[in-house]
Design a protein around this ligand. Structure first.
Ligand code: PHE
Length: 339
């Protein structure tokens, strides 16, 4: 028995010194400590030992077992992959400030206008930027080949067989709303629109609009005017005044262009309002009955008003940013100022 113990110990001495990887350690474990391993065999040998020697040998085999197990446990820990304690796991570390972005000035102005109209019951509607002729023109009373179409220099694009256009105004969304819902309707349509114009400080090939539409029984021009007064005061301050000038749009009759009193010089005249005291901000009018009928709304029962404004224009007046190109150049020095 003592010989067997010594054989095992010397084999262990050699084998254990050769272990360098977790796989080798596992092989060692199976060979020595496994349920059919060498240690088990040694324990089985105890059966053949005389009763007097049993205690002594039993203690010796147990000591071997403890030695092997201790070795195994130490080695296992030594070979375990090193736990990474990188800085991002240091939970006691003080937090780093998150750099906060800012809204784009056009988003700020758009959100403000939406909120102003939300307060008096207008919801928000959106639609596609690539439009068909019907929604951008025909349903809005622009007959084919009518010169009014030239008012809006259009980007036409081929989409399969169909000729489509990049919408030139968000009035197209209002046609969709009229087609798909019942009067009364009270909605504003914010969105990007496109016109085929050379890019300069005063014009761009895309810009943003918010158009409004209100349809109900007995809607009158007075309702339109009051809504615009409310809007001008909410956005440009309590002292803001408006004036209406007759104008022409194919889809409204009568039509008007709206000026707001210059908030910079308070009407006294400055270089922003070109010394007139007034700034043009939007177009509006009573929805032409032909437009209502084209979208399935009975013009003998309902009437409505519509208006449309450029978001860049309002932002320009609020922030005195006179070059339209700045809004789409993503210059951080410009954008950071709108925190
Ligand atoms: N759709 C017109 C434009 O883009 C603006 C407008 C809307 C005018 C509604 C009158 C009524 O210029």
């Amino acid at each position: 028995m003592i010989q067997k113990i010594n054989e095992l110990l010397s084999a262990f001495e050699i084998d254990s010194s050769l272990i360098g990887t977790a796989e080798e350690l596992e092989t060692f474990r199976i060979s020595y400590l496994g349920s059919k391993g060498q240690l088990k065999e040694l324990f089985n040998e105890l059966k053949n030992v005389s009763n007097e020697s049993k205690k002594e040998f039993g203690q010796q085999v147990n000591a071997v077992r403890m030695k092997l197990e201790a070795f195994y446990n130490d080695k296992k820990e030594a070979l375990a992959p090193i736990k990474k304690t990188s800085v991002d796991q240091d939970l006691s570390r003080t937090g780093e400030g998150i750099t906060q972005g800012s809204h784009h000035p056009l988003s700020i102005v758009r959100n403000e206008i939406i909120e102003v109209f939300n307060r008096i019951g207008f919801d928000v509607s959106e639609g596609p930027e690539i439009e068909d002729d019907w929604h951008n023109f025909s349903a809005l009373n622009f007959p084919k080949n009518h010169p009014a179409r030239d008012m809006q220099d259009t980007f036409f694009i081929e989409k399969g067989e169909r000729e489509m256009a990049l919408r030139t105004h968000t009035s197209s969304v209002q046609v969709r709303v009229m087609e798909n819902s019942q009067a009364p309707i009270r909605t504003i349509s914010p969105g990007r629109v496109y016109r085929n114009e050379a890019i300069s400080a005063r014009a761009h090939c895309f810009f943003h609009q918010i158009e409004g539409l209100y349809i109900d029984k007995d809607v009158s021009f007075a309702d339109l005017k009051q809504t615009l007064v409310y809007f001008a005061k909410a956005v440009f301050g309590e002292n803001a005044q408006i004036r209406l000038r007759p104008s022409y749009f194919p889809f409204t009759e009568p039509s008007a262009e709206v000026d707001v009193s210059c908030s910079i010089c308070e009407g006294k005249g400055c270089n922003v309002c070109k010394y007139s005291g007034w700034l043009e901000i939007l177009g509006c009018g009573m929805v032409d009955p032909a437009v209502l009928d084209a979208s399935g709304i009975d013009s003998s029962v309902y009437s409505g008003y519509a208006f449309g404004m450029g978001v860049e224009r309002i932002a320009q007046l609020k922030y005195k940013v006179n070059d339209l190109r700045l809004y789409s150049e993503n210059d951080m020095r410009f954008l950071k100022q709108f925190k």
